[in-house]
Each structure stands twice: as structure tokens, then as C-alpha cells.
Design a protein around this ligand. Structure first.
Ligand SMILES: *Cc1c(COP(=O)(O)O)cnc(C)c1O
Length: 454
């Protein structure tokens, strides 16, 4: 038992921040931030402008012809890396039974789990940052100019240039996959520092792509520190900083305008009487933070973004709740940071995201691994969609909002009618590339967990 954390006794911590008690015991917690503000006001907290998101979107469009040629899996979408938005009524019905909810809701799954090239949400930010860096290097070396066809990046001359440059990242797995695959395809000397919770198949896959994989015995934080250190010693090395990179963040943010278009195409209305609830799995925070920034720019106060974390890795919740952000790690409080949701196994949150998005994120909740596995199994049974455990953290979100008794829905102006007219999006962040054997294991755990009460 830990007695003193950051100079305060546990008793004092719990007195000041009562939720620390259930958090430390691993009991699921839901917290709706009382400090949320209107989008028009709180968007100023983010040190990035809408124009920068448009710029990122335009950069991705410039790279589309290159991507279509370099990656056959995006040829059919002309080089645009985007995922489907699909209704999941069967899944939602089973969740309603599970959570004792008698009125169904409108639920969609945002299938970043099946994004091309790297099969996770990291295909947004990670690949974008690699492209951004490639464009910068090629243009500063006079090898790429405005208006050029970016397919020329596949030419030997530019590849020879890129081979002299290194890209380094620390990752629990999926970020490494995106950066590794994209970096190696462009010709960069790419190194991924991986934590011990990273899955073996991810390491194998990266090595097959010609990526250097360095394995660390410690957790994500340690892998990142090693990567950072390697990069500092080497001016030809670009370190991709998952915790602080605004480039990554902007790559994620492009999702906002894209989702808006998808909803319009489906004839799904979003306004004050038809609110949009989006449940996003959160690790270090860059992915869900960037996406939420894009969503707030696209939908303003009509979108409600809620972050989901494993009970053993509630780093963003604790960082924002205590206001200590990156200065605290869940381990400081004796929380293990051990979870089957490897994409979310992060003990220390991004302070950049926690601060910038503080008044824009409606709430945070934690989910036990057993519940992730049950949802994984139900998703397979009802929709035939393959996900990894992390990707299901958003599934319980609607029940947490419905069952809250703190007056959150009233505060955001969502009455019974607006609730019935709302659209709920479970952001599925990974799983499309999980090997069959591993996936069968997940299903077996989920089936067993379903037999026990949650
Ligand atoms: C990385 C990841 C997340 C969360 O993204 P962060 O930027 O770490 O918050 C969620 N799900 C999966 C599967 C991931 O790989």
C-alpha cells in the first residue's frame, strides 16, 4: 500500500479528489468534467487553428497520388486513408440487454480498426507525420516543389536522400506499425522502440517491412524515453513524439471534417436537438484529442466527446481530474498500468492534450478488461467485425451517460427527446490486422467473461 504520493498522503488525496479511491481499487469510474465550456470559447485553449487542420487535409490530398501508388490497398480510394462508418444495431441491442437499458439508441461504429496500411487509428496521425517530414526534407533539398506530382517521391533519387535520414518512435505497438510501415516505404531508416506489452506479431510484421525494432523490458514511457535519447544524439534523426507532437495531432484532427461529410452522406442530422456523442479510447491522448479537436471544429457544441480508458491505465482521467496532467503517472498511485488493451496501456498522459482539450472533453470513464472482452465477443457475434480489446473501450459509453446522476445531461441540454434523437459513435481504434490465432484467443476470453456477471 502506498502512503505518500507527490508529498500528500493517500487520505488527503482522497479527501481532495474522492474518485481516486475507486480508481486505485480498479473500480470502474465515470467522471463528467464540470469545467467544460462552449466550443467557441474553449477552442481558443488549443494552440492550433482551424486553418492548420485544413492545411493538413490539403497535404494529405497532395500525397494521395503517391499513397495510391505506394500502397495498393488505398488505390481504390485514390490514396485517401479513411474508414467506414457503419450502423451496429445488433451490437447495440446486446449492449442494452447487458446494461439493463430498455430504450434502444442509434449507434454507429467508426471503423478506424480497419484503416488501410496499418489497421488502427494511428494510420491517421502516424502516417501523416511521416509524410509531413518527407515533404519537408524533399522540398528543402530542392527535390519537390509546389504543384509537383508526389508520385516522384517513389523515384530512386529521393529515396536515396531519405535513406540518409532516420525516423524514430517509441510505441506500445500501433503507432510503431503506422510509422514503421510508412517510413520504411518512403525509404527512411526507421526504428521503433517497443515496450514489453507490445504484441509479438506487431514486432514480426515490422521487421518483415525492414524496420529496426528495439525491444524494451519496461513500459511505454520507457520505450519513448529510449527513442527520444537516441534521436537527441543524431541531427539526421526525426523523433516522433507521441505526447507532444502537434503534427500528429493535426493528422488526427482531419477526421472531424471527414466524419461530417460521412454523416451528411448518410442523412444523419447533427444539431442541438440531434446531438452527437462520440466515445474515444484514450492512451496518451493524441489520437482521441486530435480527433476531438477536429470534431469540435466541425460540429461545435453539438458534439460531445468522451474518453475511455482501462481501469488499470486511467492516466488522462487522473491527469485532468487532479490538474497535474503529465506530472503524474498512474503507477505513482499504485495502479498497475497492466491491461490487455495494449493500445491504451499508458501510465502518463500527454500534458499538451490534457491542457489544450481540458474544456472541450465532456467526460472520462474507465472500463475493466473483462468488459472489453465481452464487448469484443458480442461485436463478433452480432456484426462479424474483428476488433482488438482497446477498440471496444467506447462501447459502454452510452450506458455511462444514460446512467449518470450528476446532472451532466441536463447541463449540456440533452433531455429525454434529444437523447432519443442522438447519434452515438463508438470509435473503434484497432484490430483489423490481428492474426487469426490471437483473435481466437480474444474471443474465447470474451465468451468466458460473458458467463460471469460484469
Ligand atoms: C493508440 C491507440 C489508441 C489511443 O491513442 P492515443 O493517442 O495513445 O491516446 C486507442 N486505441 C488503439 C488501438 C491504439 O492503438
Amino acid at each position: 500500500m502506498i502512503d505518500v504520493v507527490h508529498g500528500k498522503t493517500m487520505k488527503d488525496w482522497i479527501e481532495a479528489y474522492p474518485l481516486i479511491k475507486p480508481l486505485v481499487s480498479g473500480v470502474p469510474v465515470t467522471w463528467f468534467n464540470p469545467g467544460i465550456a462552449s466550443a467557441s470559447e474553449a477552442l481558443h485553449d488549443v494552440p492550433l487553428a482551424a486553418a492548420e487542420v485544413h492545411d493538413a487535409s490539403a497535404r494529405l490530398a497532395r500525397f494521395a497520388p503517391f499513397l495510391a501508388e505506394a500502397f495498393p490497398e488505398v488505390a481504390s480510394t485514390q490514396g485517401i486513408i479513411e474508414s467506414d462508418l457503419v450502423p451496429v444495431d445488433g451490437f447495440m441491442n446486446r449492449l442494452c440487454t447487458l446494461y439493463g437499458i430498455d430504450k434502444t439508441v442509434s449507434m454507429h461504429l467508426k471503423m478506424d480498426s480497419h484503416l488501410p496500411i496499418s489497421g488502427s487509428v494511428k494510420a491517421r496521425g502516424g502516417i501523416y507525420e511521416v509524410l509531413h517530414h518527407a515533404e519537408y526534407l524533399a522540398s528543402t533539398h530542392g527535390m519537390l516543389a509546389d504543384g509537383d506530382d508526389y508520385r516522384l517521391l517513389l523515384k530512386p533519387g529521393i529515396r536515396k536522400l531519405f535513406r540518409q535520414y532516420r525516423i524514430v518512435v517509441g510505441s506500445t505497438g500501433n503507432l510503431g506499425m503506422s510509422i514503421g510501415i510508412a517510413g520504411a516505404r518512403l525509404g527512411f531508416d526507421t526504428t521503433v522502440h517497443m515496450s514489453d506489452d507490445a504484441r509479438q506479431w506487431k514486432k514480426d510484421k515490422l521487421r518483415a517491412h525492414g524496420v529496426n525494432v528495439v525491444e524494451h523490458r519496461g513500459d511505454y514511457g520507457e520505450a519513448v524515453e529510449q527513442g527520444r535519447r537516441q534521436a537527441q544524439l543524431d541531427p539526421a534523426c526525426h523523433f516522433i513524439d507521441d505526447e507532444n507532437s502537434t503534427t500528429l495531432f493535426l493528422g488526427y484532427a482531419v477526421a472531424g471534417e471527414r466524419l461530417k461529410r460521412q454523416l451528411e452522406q448518410k442523412g444523419i442530422q447533427v444539431d442541438a436537438r440531434h446531438p452527437l456523442f462520440v466515445y474515444l479510447p484514450c492512451g496518451v491522448g493524441g489520437g482521441p484529442g486530435g480527433i476531438s479537436f477536429g470534431l469540435k471544429l466541425a460540429f461545435g457544441d453539438h458534439v460531445h466527446c468522451i474518453f475511455a480508458e482501462p481501469t488499470q491505465s486511467p492516466c488522462m482521467l487522473m491527469g485532468v481530474y487532479t490538474g497535474l496532467h503529465e506530472r503524474i503517472a498512474v503507477q505513482d498511485f499504485g495502479i498497475s498500468n497492466i491491461t490487455a488493451a495494449d493500445g491504451l496501456a499508458v501510465g502518463r498522459p500527454s500534458g499538451f492534450v490534457g491542457r489544450a482539450m481540458h474544456r472541450l472533453i465532456d467526460g472520462y470513464y474507465t472500463v475493466p478488461d473483462s468488459e472489453l472482452f465481452v464487448a469484443l465477443y458480442l461485436m463478433h457475434e452480432t456484426q462479424g467485425i474483428q476488433l482488438e480489446p482497446s477498440a471496444l473501450a467506447g462501447a459502454p459509453g452510452f450506458s455511462r451517460v444514460l446512467h449518470e446522476r450528476e446532472g451532466y445531461r441536463e447541463r449540456i441540454g440533452v433531455d429525454a427527446q434529444a437523447w432519443q434523437q442522438a447519434t452515438h459513435i463508438v470509435w473503434a481504434t484497432g484490430g483489423g490486422m490481428v492474426p487469426a490465432e490471437e483473435y481466437r484467443n480474444y474471443l474465447a476470453i470474451g465468451r468466458n467473461a460473458l458467463l460471469r456477471p460484469l
